[in-house]
Design a protein. Sequence first.
Length: 189
Amino acid sequence: MNEAKIGAEFSGSVMGEKMLMQLLGGTFWDFECFDKDGRLKWQQLNRPNIITTQGLNYLWDIGLGAGTQITAWFVNAVETNTTAAITMTYAVPVFTEWDGFTQAARIAFVPAASAGGVITNSASKAVFTSAEAKTLYGGALFGGGTDADTWKDTAGGGTLFCYSKFAASEDVENGDTFKITCSGTLTNA
């Protein structure tokens, strides 16, 4: 399990004391592929992942700043063998998104209300139906801008919140069902 340690130093007004708050957080993914008869072909859990600097800045801006909340988020799979980097952005994701599925766009990320410092779409997984044979390498969570639901959009001004790379590549075939669960956690260290 990868955890991001986020340190923030706040100056207090009482005798100039400083408080160091350390948080542990990260995103955890569950990727599942089922054949056309509904049998589980493979599953990847808790892949190496990152919350991008763009994603972290979004969290701080919304939580403690005056940023504008993104109300619609979308997930998609990735078809290039790309190593995770915190410098990835919506405009320059570095990876290539998969578009070989029957749905017309990225699939909505529909989470339940957060509880215990965790938010997840496990009750409403993102479901894709493959229209081709393809090797997949991971997934990403996108939001905001003008076209966050449009696959391969990089001009819409959105946010690439996080990215997850499989431990090893996995294949999908025409007619397979591919499901993505993304869970985010942020807790005190």
